[in-house]
Design a protein around this ligand. Structure first.
Ligand code: PHE
Length: 357
């Protein structure tokens, strides 16, 4: 018995890996293992012999089993330690000088605009860029043969022959989100709707895809004066300078009555665009009191509610604020331009700490 014990405990402690351990286990206490066979011989012994050998063999079996379990755990620890040795990573090592990505001025300005209007109680609403012509036109009081449809240089979605679903367009403005928001939320309502819009147009201040932010405020007693105050507050906060001059020009949109366009005083000297000085004006938005027919299309009773709406060019105000003279550069994806005009990725614009630190 002592020989067996010495033999197996010795082998177990010398075992190099789990496979070797398993072989030892089979040889000792497996079905045909040496200790198991000895246990089977107990039946042939006299009762007296059995009384001594039985407990001794059981104890030996237990001892071998627990030695194997302990060795197994030891081997697993050793394997883990070895992995830790070879796979360690020095997280304090400085990173390689990979150029950091940056936030595009359009994204930055969208966040700035959102922060300012959120402060005035406007929620953000969104709508699809591929829009049906009811939301983009009809609901906004632009019936199918209205000249405004032509003026907008609309991109129409291709339709397969026999497809008689309502025609879809790339939305030409964010105004359809007015309709969607009214239908969804009802009155009173105060939302802004930033997003991409599309028109077939291309020059220094026009690109076929550009960005607008729509504003909509409906309540019982909202007037043109509220519109003017909101826009003036916005411009003051956004440009972070005093004395930016606004010009309200009487205008016409089918979906507002009365309507006004708003320009900002600026100069374009030697290819430099500057805001708040000079004799030039850059148009940044269209606005007005929401037309009763538009309220109706939005499921709101015009006898009870009224309000203002505006649609502002995000790209235009980004050009003005950051002195970027050519709109087309925004969408060229020129890395040098992006690095120059981009913003640090972790600076979220907010009114308390300054919009564009
Ligand atoms: N949708 C108009 C445009 O794109 C702007 C606008 C919006 C005008 C809301 C009045 C009210 O030109």
């Amino acid at each position: 018995m002592d020989d067996l014990k010495a033999k197996y405990l010795g082998e177990i402690s010398a075992a190099a890996d789990e496979a070797a351990l398993e072989a030892i286990r089979l040889a000792a206490v497996g079905k045909k293992g040496e200790i198991s066979l000895k246990m089977r011989e107990l039946g042939k012994m006299t009762p007296e012999e059995r009384q001594v050998a039985g407990p001794a063999l059981n104890a030996l079996k237990d001892e071998v089993n627990s030695a194997i379990a302990a060795k197994k755990a030891g081997l697993a620890d050793a394997a883990l330690n070895e992995r830790l040795q070879t796979e360690w990573l020095d997280v304090t090592l400085p990173s390689r000088g990979r150029p950091a990505g940056s936030i595009h001025p359009i994204s930055q300005v969208t966040q700035e605009v959102t922060a300012i209007f959120a402060d005035m109680g406007f929620a953000v609403a969104e709508g699809p860029q591929i829009e049906d012509d009811w939301h983009n036109f009809d609901a906004l009081n632009i019936p199918s043969h209205h000249p405004a449809r032509g003026e907008m240089d609309t991109f129409y979605m291709h339709r397969a022959e026999g497809d008689n679903r309502p025609p879809h367009v790339l939305r030409t403005h964010t105004s359809p989100v007015q309709i969607r928001s009214m239908l969804e939320k009802g009155a009173p309502i105060r939302v802004i709707c930033p997003g991409r819009v599309y028109r077939a147009d291309y020059d220094q201040t026009h690109t076929p895809m550009f960005h607008q932010v729509e504003g909509l405020a409906i309540d019982k007693d909202i007037s043109m004066a509220n519109l003017k105050w909101v826009l003036e507050e916005f411009v003051k906060s956004f440009f972070e300078v005093d004395g930016v001059e606004l010009r309200f020009r009487a205008s016409h949109f089918p979906f507002t009555e009365p309507s006004a366009e708003v320009d900002i005083r600026c100069s374009w000297d030697n290819g430099q665009l500057k805001v708040g000085e000079g004799d030039d004006w850059l148009e940044i938005l269209g606005s007005g009191m929401v037309h009763p027919k538009v309220l109706e299309a939005g499921g709101i009773n015009p006898a009870e509610w009224q309000g203002f709406a505006f649609g502002m060019g995000i790209d235009r105000i980004a050009m003005l604020k950051y002195g970027i003279p050519d709109l087309r550069a925004f969408f060229d994806s020129d890395l040098r331009w992006l690095r120059h005009y981009g913003f640090a990725a972790l600076d979220q614009p907010d009114l308390a700490s300054g919009l564009s630190r």
